[in-house]
Design a protein around this ligand. Sequence first.
Ligand SMILES: [Zn+2]
Length: 470
Amino acid sequence: MKAIIYARVSTNDQDTTRQINDLKRYATVNNLNVVEVFQDKISGFKKGFNERDSWNDMFQYIESNNITNILVSELSRITRRQIDLLVFVQECSAKGICIHTQKESIRTLNEDGSENSNASMLISIISSMAQEESKSLSYRIISGRRNAILNGRGFSTKVYAYEADENGKPKIIEEQAIVVKRIFNLACDGIGAPSIVNLLNEPLQDKHWKKGRVSSILLNTFYYGKMLYNDEYYDVPAIITKELYDKAQEFRKSRSRFSSKRQHTNPFSSIIHCVCGSTMNQRVVQFNNTYNCNAKCGIKGINRPFLIEEVRVIGEANAKLAQEDSVRTRMSDSLTIEKANLSTLESSLRKVRGKKDRNYELYLDGEVTKALYARFNTRYELEIDSLSNNIAQSSKSIRSLKIELSNEIVHYSLDLDIFKKQLLNKLEYIIVHRDFVEVKFRNWFKQIVMIYRGQELIKYNKLMSKTRKN
Ligand SMILES: [Zn+2]
């Protein structure tokens, strides 16, 4: 249904914006389509509607456009003179025009167009009070709150990582802000809410983080500085950037697209090999949770939870060692050596590329034969391949040494998604033999894990579940 808004303020220094915004919201809620807005700046006690600039325009517009609804924020916007108001309402009702007042929640006509008798009574009571400049508390409180928000105050809702300061403005709680940043960063690493929950709860006794809570944090625009209130955004202190927020939303969407087919994370994909050289695949079905050789060379499968647990134990032992001074010294020495090594490799690569280009130029100039050019070209390409490979290896070593030295990971997560992320750049390879497994973390000695099967495995599992609980 078509509607128009009429807004009036008494003096020039008052603004009708607030009335109009409130009424547009009212219209949306009540399925009304606002087609025009009329406003006046004139006292509500002035006699005669004809003195108002917009009033006549409004009635012409109503008649020529078949408007059946007029929206005003309160009755006193029409007039503060009781008699004038009652007459006006009567005239409108006769023409089938319904007046809506937001503050008093009055509509003068029923849905079917008949007169609303309750409204008539209310209007006569209210208008008699309005004449005495009656003030509406409720309206002023609601609008007051919206104004307070615009001024950066009026923060009363509970938002994690924020508290109200002495002026009622939202203030960041720094230690919780760190958690918020961590949640968004994890989401941007492609880790889903359930895994984030596991990670947050791991060090906690009461496990108070729940999936819904993490999801609602990831969806709250408050954290990049925009508070949503009544469909409008207000500026608040930000904890993260808009870019990080948007990136997290993309990952959330891409994850939910695939989440219907739940997959078991393979923390060792492309890292685990059989001693025969073939890759190993994980198999996760009831009563069979194993890694098996893809080539079916005859090596028995290895229990998957057992292997994951052993690798986790090795990783944690390494992380603990990495904190010891002697080990740290060795690592920073390795880092220095590795950096020097990398720059040598890079300069060699530049040289070989230069030679390759020169060889090509000589050939184009007719200085060398095609056969000679091809022979050298092949040799240079092989050198470039080998150097690029070494550079990649060296970069990985440097990266993992830096991670190790920064002590980022001291505890390897029980959540496989996170575990896999933690192993990235750190776990170099796993080779499964008949009775043992070689586990190699980058920058660490190769470790041998004896494979448990049958009764031994059952004993092992009992022991592990006990230690994990403690
Ligand atoms: Zn094999």
